[in-house]
Design a protein around this ligand. Structure first.
Ligand SMILES: NC(=O)c1ccc[n+]([C@@H]2O[C@H](COP(=O)([O-])OP(=O)(O)OC[C@H]3O[C@@H](n4cnc5c(N)ncnc54)[C@H](OP(=O)(O)O)[C@@H]3O)[C@@H](O)[C@H]2O)c1
Length: 334
């Protein structure tokens, strides 16, 4: 089948943590993408009405519906949607199987980007298949492989969001992170292990670039990165930009693994975050080559470590006033 140029795009989860960046980036794509529709829940339609009004003024159409309703989803697809982007949260990952089934059954949907935007869940064959946080995403990929014929999938694999990774997990600080007001750096192991990161705005850029490169993207897991740096390099940048020495707490990987097991055993939802940080610290985001070039994105199109720390010191994603040329201070983080 010839790759398609998306003409009607439907977004699920586009009001969420990463979805807000994706939706905004899609709306501001150059050259402009054609028709963009957001499918959102009644609760988000109410609680995020200011953001939705702003997006509508930029050309977004909004359908309010229930993601779990066959009738609602089918009606949305039947508006002639050819491309679906899902950014549903972890709690909704398994619901995508039904979204995919209905996409395959529809007349118009041909391309589906499932909610990934994170760790490479098929990074290796020995450990990746067994990691707890990977399980629902692996099921979605399996369903796609075994059931979809007409609809093609693309997975946008971004690695950790640098903006979020900088903040330690409360109660599990030793898994890594930086506390700006106390100038304390928690680094895994010796701090030398490199990690491939995406700045959240760059996640939006990579999704846009994916849609602009259907031929290169169809059927692939695209590995994209803003930059690849070690925790020690992040620390050095913080020390440079704050003009002071920081206290460094180094934690051996085995101690992080013990902490991770404790959180899972206790049923603490923060266990997922510790596991992911351990995977990233073990090299789970490193590749011989990423797919940035394939999508036409050059280093100068993306944020750097210096940009990332500058933004973090100005409040980070919780006070997002920097939007990499997209206009700032407009997103509501709820
Ligand atoms: N790389 C990283 O560092 C990183 C960090 C966080 C997340 N991620 C990944 O990014 C993707 C999106 O995660 P997120 O944290 O951005 O999502 P989120 O904010 O938790 O949720 C996104 C949206 O999904 C929709 N949704 C509908 N039904 C849902 C359900 N049953 N459970 C959860 N969400 C539901 C909601 O949108 P409406 O109300 O508008 O329908 C919600 O706002 C996931 O695949 C996640 O693994 C990666």
């Amino acid at each position: 089948m010839a790759p398609l140029a998306p003409s009607k795009i439907l977004i699920f989860g586009g009001t969420g943590f990463i979805g807000q960046y994706i939706t905004t980036s899609l709306l501001r794509a150059k050259p402009p993408l054609q028709s963009l529709i957001l499918f959102t829940s009644p609760s988000s339609a109410q609680s995020k009405s200011a953001q939705l009004s702003k997006w509508k003024s930029e050309g977004l159409s909004v359908i309010v519906g229930d993601l779990t309703s066959e009738a609602d989803v089918t009606a949305a697809y039947n508006t002639g949607v050819d491309t679906v982007i899902s950014a549903v949260g972890r709690g909704g990952l398994q619901l995508q199987i039904e979204l995919l089934r209905l996409a395959e059954a529809s007349e118009s949907v041909k391309w589906f980007l499932p909610s990934e935007y994170g760790t490479d869940i098929e990074h290796n064959t020995d450990k990746s298949p067994h990691e707890k946080p990977h399980q629902f995403k692996l099921k979605v990929r399996k369903y796609i492989r075994e059931n979809l014929k007409k609809v093609k999938a693309t997975y946008v694999v971004t690695g950790p969001y640098f903006d979020g990774w900088l903040d330690p997990i409360p109660g599990a600080e030793k898994a890594g992170g930086f506390v700006v007001d106390k100038k304390v750096a928690y680094v895994p192991d010796d701090g030398e292990g490199k990690v491939g990161f995406c700045i959240m705005w760059d996640v939006g850029k990579f999704v846009v670039a994916t849609l602009q490169h259907p031929e290169e993207s169809f059927g692939k897991a695209l590995k994209v990165q803003s930059f690849v740096v070690s925790p020690n390099e992040v620390l050095a940048e913080y020390e440079k930009q704050t003009g002071s020495k920081w206290t460094v707490v180094k934690t051996p990987l085995d101690e992080i693994r013990t902490l991770e097991k404790k959180f899972w055993d206790e049923g603490n939802p923060r266990a997922t975050g510790i596991t992911l940080r351990r995977i990233w610290a073990e090299g789970g985001t490193l590749y011989e080559k990423n797919d940035n070039e394939l999508l036409g994105l050059k280093p100068e199109d993306l944020d750097t470590l210096e940009d990332g720390i500058k933004k973090a010191l100005a409040g980070g994603y919780k006070n997002d006033t920097f939007c990499s040329g997209m206009g700032g201070g407009e997103l509501t983080f709820t």
